[in-house]
Design a protein around this ligand. Structure first.
Ligand SMILES: NC(=O)c1ccc[n+]([C@@H]2O[C@H](COP(=O)([O-])OP(=O)(O)OC[C@H]3O[C@@H](n4cnc5c(N)ncnc54)[C@H](O)[C@@H]3O)[C@@H](O)[C@H]2O)c1
Ligand SMILES: [Zn+2]
Length: 359
């Protein structure tokens, strides 16, 4: 079993990664909780595929379970969709000590974390992520919340889990596009912090794409450790945590202007290509490094070109990004593979060129 420690003042926890871990979640959670019961929140895609296995594991460790299922999809990541779950768990008389488990992708993780942060003023929260993106990104860092009609994640709280249990075997049922979304974040993590990890990821890509659980375990543990390391140093996003936005300033603009016809991972892949272009033009990385970056992104099945959006609209959307300070677009760039820097002095003309380079 791979164990990644996360050290956050007052709330340390471990990310566990192992093929088949789902059958051991009950026993592992028993070490952390003497509660009679646990509550599970999952979604309508994950429930029929994997919920029985999780419940069995918990029952075997003498936990009674109460489960709530939310319709799958980002469009349901709202407060109204959470209200029936509050009703159900409060009617079931869950207690302050009852752990609540998020069993799904990032949508379920964010929603359940918010539920766990607020129900009875806060109960223990456990992440059992079922998408690659949730395993390497969304389940780590304690950001929880729901969307509002005025924007994504506008209602939320910081609430750290007491443990994260990632079982790469669950990824065998994940649709290809969602799997690729997770790969984009793995590439991002390596590019901002881990040159050796980037080279290894590239070498392992065939096995990763075949979803070999041993290789995936290694990739998930390394990628999760990078995110945990960044978050540990900057839990409330005052400084270096912004490096996690690598590829995302361009990416969010592409998602918005394309009306989400690109998935998040595809948009971030294009965004990373644009950021690599910008970094190369500023002579922070050489052309060879840029080519390596594009090649790995493409091998992972993600796009680096083919964008047919209006460049002006993309520029406008970037200006509206919440990361813009006093009209300057703030970009995360690379000064080397594995080393990110924040820059807010990139000329608008160069940013335009970077968007154009994605055609
Ligand atoms: N809290 C954070 O720090 C953080 C970071 C990144 C992203 N997020 C959030 O995460 C969300 C995106 O997460 P996501 O990409 O996991 O999306 P998701 O939760 O919508 O999952 C993607 C799809 O895969 C399905 N699914 C999940 N696991 C499956 C499995 N094992 N087999 C088959 N299907 C499965 C889901 O039902 C859904 O249809 C966004 O809402 C985003 O805001 C949060
Ligand atoms: Zn992302």
């Amino acid at each position: 079993m791979r164990k990644v420690p996360v050290k956050l003042r007052g709330s340390d926890y471990t990310i566990f990664v192992e093929p088949g871990l789902i059958s051991k979640v009950g026993a592992e959670l028993r070490r952390l909780s003497d509660s009679k019961r646990v509550a599970i929140v999952t979604d309508s895609h994950v429930a029929p595929l994997h919920l029985a296995a999780l419940e069995k594991s918990l029952n075997d460790a003498d936990f009674q379970t109460v489960s709530a299922t939310i319709p799958a999809g980002e469009q349901h990541k709202t407060l109204p969709m959470l209200m029936p779950v509050f009703d159900q768990f409060l009617s079931a008389k869950i207690e302050r000590s009852t752990p609540i488990l998020a069993f799904g992708g990032g949508v379920i993780g964010d929603m359940t974390g918010f539920l766990a942060a607020t129900i009875l003023r806060g109960v223990p929260f456990v992440q059992v992520p079922t998408t690659l993106l949730a395993m390497v990104d969304a389940s780590i860092g304690g950001k929880t919340g729901v969307d509002h009609s005025l924007g994504k994640n506008l209602i939320g709280a910081f609430h750290q889990p007491i443990a994260v249990f990632s079982d790469p075997e669950l990824l065998h049922t994940l649709p290809p596009r969602q799997f690729q979304d997770g790969l984009a974040e793995c590439i991002k993590h390596a590019l901002i912090r881990d040159a050796e990890g980037f080279a290894r990821f590239d070498r392992q890509l065939e096995g990763i794409l075949r979803r070999e659980v041993k290789t995936l375990s290694e990739v998930i543990a390394h990628s999760a450790a990078i995110k945990a390391g960044v978050v540990q140093k900057d839990p409330f996003e005052k400084g270096d945590r912004a490096h996690l936005n690598f590829g995302h300033t361009f990416g969010h603009a592409i998602e918005t202007v394309s009306h989400y016809s690109y998935s998040h991972g595809q948009a971030v892949a294009l965004g990373m290509a644009a950021a690599a272009y910008t970094s190369a033009k500023l002579e922070m990385i050489d052309e060879k490094s840029r080519e390596r970056i594009l090649s790995t992104i493409q091998k992972a099945g993600l796009p680096v070109s083919g964008l047919s959006l209006d460049t002006d609209l993309v520029m406008q959307a970037m200006q509206h990004d919440k990361k813009v300070l006093a009209g300057r677009i703030r970009l995360i760039l690379l000064k080397d593979i594995g080393r990110a820097v924040m820059r807010d002095d990139v000329p608008a003309a160069l940013i335009r060129d970077a968007v154009e380079s994605l055609r």
